[in-house]
Design a protein. Structure first.
Length: 171
């Protein structure tokens, strides 16, 4: 059984924040140079995106599974494109920027504080859409692989039916 959760929020890429960026939030905006102000606005927009995505997922009741999730990013076309370019490219794969890995990083940063336990995605893809705003589809399906927590002790592995008392793997 497959469940699709659509989040109406334009996908945004990951912004790499460093320790030194906190200075931009301590200096008044009228005192910042143009490059510092631009950096601060970008960080604020990214942080707002993360909060919005997390709250929209919570409202929809979506919880990212450890495996068996497909993520489809729908990227709005640039306003500068002509009508025939929009007609040709609508619904096709987005082969330009933003990078798929940065889009994924932004989603994972939004939904998790630690994402090391995510084991597998079924599909990651980005499409062009002729719309003023993009969206993200999370498609959750049944897991394909067996996933178990690493037992801390041999006794726990035996209790969970993973190995026999001699330490041999059970079928």
């Amino acid at each position: 059984m497959t469940i699709i959760h659509t989040i109406r929020l334009s996908p945004q890429t990951n912004v790499r924040a460093v320790q030194g960026d906190k200075i931009f939030f301590q200096i008044p905006e009228d005192k910042l140079r143009h490059s510092g102000l631009k950096r601060k606005k970008r960080l604020e927009r990214y942080n707002r995106y993360k909060v919005d995505l997390k709250s929209m997922c919570r409202i929809k009741g979506f919880d990212m599974p450890l495996q068996g999730c497909s993520i489809k990013f729908y990227i709005p076309m640039p306003k500068s494109w002509r009508y025939w370019q929009r007609a040709v490219m609508n619904g096709t794969l987005c082969l330009n920027r933003p990078d798929l890995d940065n889009l994924l990083k932004a989603v994972l940063d939004s939904l998790f504080t630690e994402d090391g336990h995510i084991a597998q995605f079924d599909e990651l893809v980005k499409f062009w859409v002729d719309d003023s705003e993009g969206w993200i589809d999370f498609e959750v399906s049944e897991p394909k692989y067996r996933a178990i927590e690493m037992p801390r002790t041999k006794k726990a592995a035996i209790a969970n039916g993973l190995i026999d008392k001699n330490g041999f793997l059970l079928p």
